[in-house]
Design a protein around this ligand. Structure first.
Ligand code: DP6
Length: 360
């Protein structure tokens, strides 16, 4: 396991004048949710997620050596065009990671990024976006220090991504990723995401996630503000303890493949996340009427057919419909027949469990 000090480099054995890297990194969907954090992006509780396969951010970073400056020098392009609105977030990210990548002010960067999912679909691109950027910066660091191990490369990439957006650290490597220290998961740490280290039953192979786009509008409350409201939240301690328990339950479920138990943990986590929002001060509701319509339709379908399909939610109104690959055709038919009507412009995205970031 690495500590923070391991990520502060003491020397570089190489120099590099200019070059370019390109990485694609996925979004992820949490089963046990990260909601609440301490200083420096340390999570209040451990979380676990499925890595996605189709909702990706592709980011190209071109760099040229310059005289070391007082400020970061970078251009930010979105789909090939300058995007000033995105710059402050990147600026803040670079400030946070400079101590770990001391060469950052010695280069001019052109960061060109695009998502594979529709813009303003309500799908947050912060996880995939920060992960893709972190991978590129690690490629540059590896070029400066080629002796770096693969393990170090990926764990530091996840560590850096976390400083951009917490959930981004779960978008680097592995199909199932744990972030946050949990007593019974070996190697789990608050500093970066790790591949889930134990057996995963075949029931979860190619697990499906169909994302129903209920509301594509901008979030009324940012995740960052939501996390903040867990400070002094009346139910915070219970909630954080519950996340540890749910991870224990999932460990048994991943091993024995019990989908009924899986559904209980996952749906309870989703509703607890939103319950935390509804019981914070100020309180807020991110679900929309159609979110509830979909949840009820899934429950009805499940009880009528015994097909193990369930839902989870992010910090928004969209619904992630989760189900095993073996029932894919039936569930897709159900979605088309009964759920598409609740989606904005009938839009949904078919995704499934993926393996993590890839260099292009
Ligand atoms: C509800 O990772 O977006 O999706 O660390 O402030 O960038 P910041 O928050 P973010 O929070 C994600 C919260 C969540 C649950 C989860 O993905 O675990």
């Amino acid at each position: 396991m690495f500590s923070i000090n391991d990520f502060i480099p003491s020397f570089y054995s190489n120099t590099l004048e200019s070059g370019q890297f390109q990485w694609t990194a996925p979004s992820n969907i949490a089963l046990v949710k990260y909601w609440g954090k301490k200083e420096n992006q340390i999570p209040a509780n451990p979380s676990v997620s499925f890595t996605l396969n189709n909702c990706m951010t592709n980011t190209k970073v071109a760099f040229t050596k310059i005289q070391k400056q007082d400020n970061f020098s970078f251009d930010l392009l979105f789909e090939g065009k300058p995007k000033e609105e995105f710059k402050p977030k990147i600026q803040k990210f670079l400030e946070r990671i400079e101590v770990y990548l001391p060469f950052l002010k010695e280069y001019h960067f052109t960061i060109d990024t695009e998502n594979t999912f529709p813009h303003s679909s309500g799908i947050a691109s912060s996880a995939s976006g920060m992960a893709a950027l972190a991978m590129n910066l690690m490629s540059l660091e590896k070029a400066l220090r080629p002796e770096m191990t693969e393990d170090y490369f990926y764990q530091k990439a996840s560590f850096l991504a976390r400083l951009g957006s917490g959930s981004a650290c779960r978008s680097v490597k592995g199909q199932v990723v744990v972030w946050g220290h949990q007593a019974n998961i070996l190697g789990s740490t608050d500093l970066y995401g790790v591949e889930y280290p134990y057996t995963i039953h075949d029931n979860f192979n190619h697990f499906q996630d169909t994302i129903l786009l209920v509301d594509k509008g901008e979030k009324q409350v940012s995740s960052t503000l939501g996390h903040d409201l867990m400070h002094n939240h009346p139910y915070a301690e219970q909630r954080f303890a519950q996340a540890h328990d749910n991870l224990d339950k999932l460990r048994a479920i991943f091993e024995n493949g019990n989908l009924d138990e899986f559904i209980k943990v996952v749906e309870s986590e989703a509703l607890t996340l939103h319950a935390m929002m509804m019981t914070s001060m100020p309180y807020f509701i991110l679900m929309k009427p159609n979110t509830l319509q979909i949840i009820n339709a899934i429950w009805k379908y499940r009880s009528e057919t015994q097909i193990p399909v369930c839902f989870t939610l992010d910090a928004g109104a969209n619904v992630h419909v989760l189900y095993p690959n073996s029932v894919k055709d039936k569930v897709l038919q159900f979605i088309q027949d009964e759920l598409v009507g609740y989606c904005q412009n009938a839009q949904y995205i078919c995704d499934q469990i993926g393996i993590g970031a890839m260099q292009l």
